[in-house]
Design a protein around this ligand. Structure first.
Ligand SMILES: C[S@@+](CC[C@H](N)C(=O)[O-])C[C@H]1O[C@@H](n2cnc3c(N)ncnc32)[C@H](O)[C@@H]1O
Length: 136
């Protein structure tokens, strides 16, 4: 089992690398589009999460371990909810912020460097929480 420091180091390295055309092709094939995924959660599965959670404008969602913005930025763009995206490497959240800007959903997205094991939020801050491909 990796420690949090090891996780942070490994993912920091991963997020420091530019996605190659091959990596982007795999993401399109597996997930259904280039959405900034660093796992295997598909667009269909993210849509299912949104339906189960009844995401809609006015709701506030927490995306734990959001990496470079998947699925939080996509959910904000497609369902109009506000999203707080958290992760450990700052480089991941910088990429997520760029993705939100590109998708024109910056006003719906906030970013916080935070450990999933010690989230710095008060109880009842969020209407719903998602995490995709995060084990901690
Ligand atoms: C496999 S990636 C998945 C990223 C994104 N959710 C996706 O589906 O593309 C796992 C992410 O969880 C984050 N993570 C792992 N343990 C964490 C912890 N204890 N606190 C916060 N983030 C954590 C990693 O930094 C990484 O960005």
């Amino acid at each position: 089992v990796a420690t949090e420091a090891e996780l942070r180091r490994d993912f920091k390295q991963r997020y420091g690398r530019r996605a190659t055309p091959g990596v982007l092709a795999v993401e399109r094939e597996v997930c259904g589009a280039n959405v900034g995924a660093n796992g295997y959660t598909t667009i269909a599965q993210a849509g299912r999460l949104a339906r189960v959670l009844r995401l809609r404008p006015g709701m506030t969602l927490l995306d734990v371990g959001a990496g470079t913005g998947w699925p939080g930025v996509w959910l904000a763009g497609n369902y109009g909810c506000e999203v707080v995206l958290t992760d450990l490497p700052a480089s991941a959240l910088r990429a997520a912020r760029r993705r939100a800007r590109k998708r024109r959903v910056s006003r719906l997205c906030r970013f916080a460097i935070a450990s999933a094991t010690q989230l710095p939020f008060r109880p009842r801050t969020f209407d719903a929480i998602v995490h995709t491909d995060v084990l901690c």
